[in-house]
Design a protein around this ligand. Structure first.
Ligand code: GDP
Ligand code: ZN
Length: 342
């Protein structure tokens, strides 16, 4: 594996870090401007965020989920550890993450001028329900995001207590995703069903819950955390009268193991862009084992296309292909330009 070349500032930052034995490593639980709540081995504490880090790492991007070095003598966060992943929010498109180094990540975010809203997430929990019904394009977009960012996708079909959950249509719809190989857990937040399976699946991950408003994300989070951390019952999250809104993203350590980052800004999202390669990977089910005539086939107008053949012959789902085409024109052909978030 190629070694990353460090610049002078990074070297000095690392040298400095190595000499500071008394620094502690902690994870940011919540950030409030110039201060944050930090989780360290012995518990949680409030720490200050300086104007600038060693090595000129910009502090404005420091976010919930980040691992940092903290000086207990001065109560100041001194350095940011490399991120594994990051979620970035744009005005009309949330999430772009990379598995690059922290410095490359920050650079790419600055180029696109988005806002990092959470770091080091490993699992994307996509919550769906029979009511409000969530269309496949929306689900596929979350799944595509998970593929692109290297997150484990987990489908959570909530409200299994309501009659529509037993309908032939709804069952066929969620079973189609299971047949595609996605892991799906059936839950009822109100009847406390499926909680064991869900807890087990969250144990070894830092997860985020995403999905359309009203499917039960807050209810599930309250169930998992064992207390009311998020108000439930909103039709439009936050806008509903009487529903208190959590404006700060927060990392919760689950009593059953694992962590969840909850942020109003990342519960619902839109992707900004995708590369053709991202789509090919996320839609591998469209190939049905055949090869297209052209190695660089985009599976749209090309002759002797294995994907189109598979769809025509019923070996692949028409709706998956339609979603693929929709994403190709919107995300690959660049009609959605990320806009900065103010
Ligand atoms: P969110 O917008 O995704 O956070 O959804 P909420 O957790 O606020 O839930 C929306 C509504 O659905 C509330 O009235 C909840 O009480 C209700 N709800 C949530 N989970 C369930 C469930 O499993 N079964 C039923 N019947 N209702 C639920
Ligand atoms: Zn093709």
């Amino acid at each position: 594996m190629a070694r990353r070349r460090l610049n002078k500032q990074q070297k000095s930052r690392i040298q400095k870090m190595e000499t500071q034995d008394h620094w502690l490593k902690g994870q940011i639980v919540a950030r409030f401007g110039k201060s944050c709540e930090l989780k360290i081995e012995s518990g949680e504490l409030h720490a200050q965020i300086p104007g600038k880090f060693q090595g000129n790492t910009p502090v404005e991007d420091l976010t919930v989920g980040d691992w940092v070095y903290y000086d207990p003598e001065t109560n100041i966060v001194e350095a940011l550890c490399d991120r594994k992943t990051q979620l970035v929010r744009y005005r009309r498109a949330t999430t772009l993450t990379t598995k690059q180094s922290q410095h490359q990540c920050i650079e790419s975010v600055h180029q696109a001028r988005g806002k990092v809203v959470a770091a080091n997430i490993t699992q994307l929990c996509i919550v769906i329900a029979p009511r409000p019904f969530v269309d496949t394009l929306t689900i596929d977009e979350y799944l595509l995001a998970a593929h692109m960012q290297g997150f484990t996708p987990l489908l959570v079909s909530n409200k299994s207590d309501i009659p529509e959950a037993g309908s032939i249509e709804y069952k066929a719809y969620i079973e189609a995703y299971e047949a595609l190989g996605y892991q799906l857990i059936r839950t009822s937040a109100s009847e406390l069903q499926g909680d064991h399976a869900l807890k087990e699946q969250l144990q070894s991950h830092t997860s985020v819950f995403m999905g359309t408003s009203g499917v039960g994300k807050s209810s599930l989070l309250n169930m998992l955390i064992g207390r009311d951390i998020a108000a439930t019952g909103g039709i439009s999250e936050g806008a509903a009268l009487g529903k208190h809104t959590t404006t700060t993203a927060r990392l919760y350590s689950l009593p059953s193991g694992g962590e969840v980052i909850d942020s109003p800004g990342i519960r619902e999202f839109k992707l900004a862009t995708a590369e053709p390669f991202d789509l090919y990977e996320a839609y591998a089910d469209l190939y049905a084992g055949e090869r297209c005539q052209f190695a660089n086939c985009t599976h749209r107008e090309e002759p002797r296309c294995a994907v189109k053949n598979a769809v025509e012959q019923g070996k692949a789902h028409q709706w998956r292909y339609d979603n693929y085409l929709a994403f190709y024109s919107s995300l690959v052909e660049g009609k959605l330009e990320p806009k900065p978030v103010k």
